[in-house]
Write a protein that binds this ligand. Sequence first.
Ligand code: XMP
Length: 508
Amino acid sequence: MEKILVLDFGGQYNQLIARRVRDNGVYAEILPYTVSLETIKKKNYKGIIFTGGPNSVFEMSSPHYTKKILEIGVPVLGICYGCQLVAWMAGGTVETPVTGEYGKIELTAEKSVLFKDIPEKSIVWMSHTDRIAKLPKGFEVIASTEDCPCAAMQDSEKNIFAVQFHPEVTHSEYGKAVLHNFLYEICQCSGDWQMDNFIEATVRKLKEQIGSKNVILGLSGGVDSSVAAALLSKAVGRQLTCVFVDQGLMRKDEGDFVEQTFTSLFDMNFVRVNCAAQFLEKLKGITDPEQKRKIIGTEFFNVFWNEIRKQQDKGYFAQGTIYPDCIESGKGDADVIKTHHNRVNLPEDVEFLGVIEPLADLFKDEVRSVGEKLGIPKELVWRQPFPGPGLGVRIIGEITAEKISILQEADWVLRDEMAKNGYEKNLSQFFCVLPGVKTVGVMGDHRTYENLVAIRAVTTDDFMTADWARIPFDILAKVSNRITNEVKGVNRVVYDITSKPPGTVEWE
Ligand code: XMP
């Protein structure tokens, strides 16, 4: 398989660069700048991309790399900090001008293979303070902006290119084309990273690795574990056992839907552990959010591992870990690896032949694409994020069976109404919350004293920040009307108009 190396110097768009390369049909992997040149040479990359980063090349503490990397005969593309680094390494100079360039800027491109089929004038996304002052020997300017005389440069003999702008962000009008040109015109890639190939190769690899042994997977009904289950099922069929813990805190009918999907569409052993009563017992009287989360998490793993202990002939343990969970940070400390909240620690008394992570090379959008190709229903493949503690963090105060039921019904109405109006695609996440507040109302001629339900809906790119969604009033009116009419025990509905920050997406 053809591979591109994204050499990580700590920039915020590093994963995006790798995703964009893969969108162009070429596999890209991210390694921190601390990786040795020997390792890089051994991996036979078709090209190397230096990422951006928050530093100045002048500072001794900034991430640098041996300039020998420019001599190994592999094409290089430097982006932003990576662009300045190429200049610095190759013997040019970098300066800090009075003003930097931030946001959308007009670029004037000259004739270069990197800008093939791109108009002379186009908009690019800039975010830099430093800039190239003097070109290194052998380089020529191939683009400029009003404030940046060298916005891109090349050494066409050595196939080394550098752009001050960010081709990986969508604000750069022809960014995708720039990356495409680098991959296909300069690195001579053929584009063999396709999800059909991935499925075929992974199934073959899983068959070889697992042989006649068994494999156990914890299935949550989320996208990653569902796609891992489908891949493993395709590879080894009934040698796969999926353990699905239903703690009673999922959305209405969700447990049944997951069971039905995997037992009817895929060949496997499916074990559903229903333990709602056990969870409710543990949560009795608990109101503190952190304590609730802790109890739900601990109890989940107790139930899960107890079920695993019962399984004879365990064989391998599989997990739905995906690529972003595995990437080492390039922020300067090579020992620090991102905390893998999706990777499970195995208890000491449970032994397996090994751990299998069939999705460890994939980004989320690739996981979804594989899921669709394997025939997983759209509702599961495009499922919104759902917190591990489930509805437990959407019921404020003590969790009871009655409150779970009210919340499930209200949430179902909201989802049904969004689907009927085709409004789901405009939202990143939406759900109902039961704030644990009762209010006075009037129904018919009677005074009521019932529950308040809150609707939460957000739009976001990354869930680190989020805006409350501007759902049209007539849809909100319909939802409110239906919830108060159809859900027993609710007489008032409010809409949460808080962004993140200062709020969080979930209420607890
Ligand atoms: P917050 O509430 O932190 O949520 O703004 C950001 C995103 O994370 C989801 N979330 C969780 N996901 N386990 C998870 O797997 C959790 O404990 C958890 N808490 C929040 C939340 O739904 C939103 O998508």
